[in-house]
Design a protein around this ligand. Structure first.
Ligand code: DX5
Ligand code: ZN
Length: 220
């Protein structure tokens, strides 16, 4: 695998010390900050909204990778774009007119991402790729941190990888859910651009964040 970028998911961070957590992962080598926006409707959990995105934007120079698990997403694109998202990723099954939503995301100068749940076929990409800058393959069912990586997603990552390579423009491949240093050998041969990791980073003591990030990236 090429050296992936690492996007710590703050869902697993110490939320009462969020500023410090972000500073620590930034110093430890994080490339992006992943923010999971959950609405208690599309996914059975609630997390945070645009004001947290905006607050974080004021505190870090890292790009904000905003993962929208909300239904519908369309009406919130402008709000999250203005809050400072660098990437906005939507779920096609949460948005009837996802082609239009992806176009809308780009209109704000934000990278448009599409996320595929474990049960969603990569075929959904066929007519959407021209509007997409990033494909996020969910390697757990969305809604919670700390779940176990679903091994059958490896085949799917390969299929998605093939599809995005056939596109005339460059598209990033990101994976999210259950990513730990222990499963990295299984991902070795895959072309993944961004690894999202929540509990494997924030579940450790602060002085281990760098080690975990290095291990995920494939550095010793
Ligand atoms: C799950 C979220 C993930 C989650 C990952 O719905 O999209 O980003 O925070 O957490 P871990 O790395 O603990 O599986
Ligand atoms: Zn996520």
């Amino acid at each position: 695998m090429k050296q992936p970028l690492i996007a710590p998911s703050i869902l697993a961070a110490d939320l009462l010390n969020l500023e410090q957590e972000i500073e620590t992962v930034q110093k430890a080598g994080a490339d992006l900050i992943h923010l999971d926006i959950m609405d208690g409707h599309y996914v059975p959990n609630l997390s945070f909204g645009p004001s947290i995105v905006q607050a974080i934007k004021h505190k870090t120079t890292l790009p904000l990778d905003v993962h929208l698990m909300i239904q519908p997403a369309t009406s919130y694109i402008e709000t999250f774009a203005r809050a400072g998202a660098s990437i906005l990723t939507i779920h096609p099954d949460a948005d009837v007119h996802c082609h239009r939503t992806l176009t809308e995301i780009r209109r704000y100068g934000v990278k448009a991402g599409i996320a595929l749940n474990p049960g969603v076929s990569p075929d959904v990409l066929d007519y959407l790729l021209p509007e997409v800058d990033l494909v996020l393959v969910m390697t757990v069912n969305p809604g919670f941190g700390g779940q176990t990586f679903i091994p059958s997603m490896i085949e799917k990552i390969k299929m998605v990888s093939k599809k995005i390579k056939s596109a005339p423009h460059s598209i990033l491949l990101e994976i999210d859910g259950g990513i730990t240093p222990e499963i990295m050998p299984q991902l070795h041969s895959l072309d993944i651009d961004i690894l999202v990791a929540g509990s494997s980073i924030f579940g450790e003591k602060k002085d281990s964040y760098k080690q975990t990030i290095d291990n995920l990236r494939g550095n010793k």
